[in-house]
Design a protein around this ligand. Structure first.
Ligand code: HEC
Ligand code: HEC
Length: 317
């Protein structure tokens, strides 16, 4: 009996100290929880989770007005997720789920075989109008880890969840984009979110928090070296994804509104003449010269692209 009491006493002591211990842990967690200012702090080690946040909250975590000048990487307040929807997890157009498996691969634009980090820097300097990340930076490795983790997720997904829920892929009309018709589409279907001047709508009064609706042109948009600056790439995206939540444009409407957007002013990237060292591999809708053909810049920007394609097909015969 006395033994039992002793044992019981021991048990109570153990339980009590455990409860006190948990209390101490909880208290210290609360006390050391980062203040809201620390939330954007750079972790010391690369993680896929930090990578996910970088793609989702790009403007806040490495935007052009970051309070730490060294952390200013992008030149616009777009997020990667402004184009790679649902932080790259949405199957279909511009999904990043299978991207890791596509690299390394040859880039005609760069003229060499690049890996996923090179490709990320492609979007950093063009789509984000920013500067390159160091290949071994915490940011770069985190984004790579995140995109790799999407590949693992994808491999585990069922066929039905992999299927893209989007309209039939854009088919290019055999004519030039009609900018005036594109303006009408813009005013009727896009302006409500993207703004009268294509300037978008900030998420909060603080631009550093990024956009609720991102800009489509103007000083804070992607630059003229970006993929979205190509009218066919933009048409493909717009037909598949826009208007957001209700993508129902015809091929003609998507083509014209893509032409309208890319007829507007946007940041200009330096040294674009160095792109595509083999100029015969330059996409027909690359909006900036030089070209290996005599077609006008105008025709390369807005079409019709059929004659340009035919010219190169004849060359290779
Ligand atoms: C303005 C739109 C836009 C923004 C913003 C953007 N991208 Fe992209 N991204 C594109 C387009 C367009 C492509 C090219 C797709 C293709 O080649 O068919 C692309 C391609 C990629 C690819 C290669 C995908 C593949 O499977 O080959 C990666 C990786 C990528 N982007 C990462 C990023 C990251 C990281 C950011 C942010 C730092 C970012 N992108 C921001 C438009 C954008
Ligand atoms: C209901 C609001 C809404 C409408 C209407 C809308 N968009 Fe968007 N758009 C968005 C949002 C939000 C994003 C960013 C993606 C995200 O956050 O999921 C986006 C992204 C884009 C992007 C890529 C990012 C960038 O800034 O360049 C383009 C291009 C685009 N929209 C074009 C259009 C076009 C063209 C139309 C009209 C046909 C249109 N959108 C209509 C909300 C809208």
């Amino acid at each position: 009996m006395s033994l039992f009491n002793q044992r019981g006493g021991l048990l109570i002591t153990i339980l009590t100290s455990a409860v006190v211990g948990v209390g101490i842990i909880v208290t210290s967690l609360l006390l050391t929880r980062p203040s809201s200012d620390d939330v954007g702090a750079v972790p010391l080690e690369a993680t896929a989770d930090y990578g996910r946040r970088l793609l989702r909250d790009t403007a806040a975590l490495m935007g052009p007005n970051h309070e730490n000048p060294e952390q200013r990487y992008t030149g616009s307040h777009l997020d990667c997720a402004s184009c790679h929807l649902d932080t790259g997890t949405k199957p279909g157009t511009l999904s990043l789920m299978q991207s890791a498996s596509r690299y390394p691969r040859f880039s005609g634009r760069d003229g060499f075989e690049g890996d996923l980090r090179d490709r990320i820097n492609g979007c950093m300097t063009r789509s984000m109008n920013g500067r390159e990340l160091a290949r071994d930076s915490v940011e770069m490795i985190s984004m790579e880890l995140y995109i790799q983790s999407l590949g693992t997720q994808y491999a585990a997904m069922s066929e039905s969840r992999r299927a893209a829920v989007e309209p039939a892929a854009f088919k290019e009309p055999a004519r030039a984009a009609d900018i005036a018709a594109g303006q009408v589409v813009y005013e009727q279907r896009c302006q409500v979110c993207h703004g009268v001047e294509g300037q978008g709508l900030q998420a909060t009064l603080d631009l550093n928090e990024g956009y609720l609706f991102p800009p489509l042109w103007g000083p804070d948009s992607f630059n003229n070296g970006a993929g979205m600056g190509r009218v066919l790439t933009a048409s493909l995206f717009i037909k598949a994804r826009m208007p957001l939540g209700q993508p129902d444009l015809t091929d003609d409407q998507a083509f014209d509104v893509a032409g309208y957007i890319n007829a507007q002013e946007r940041p200009q990237m330096a040294n674009l003449e160095k792109d595509y060292p083999d100029r015969t591999t330059k996409p027909v809708d690359s909006p900036y010269p030089p070209y290996a053909d005599e077609f006008s810049v105008e025709q390369h920007r807005f079409g019709p692209f059929g004659p340009i394609r035919a010219y190169y097909e004849n060359l290779s015969k």
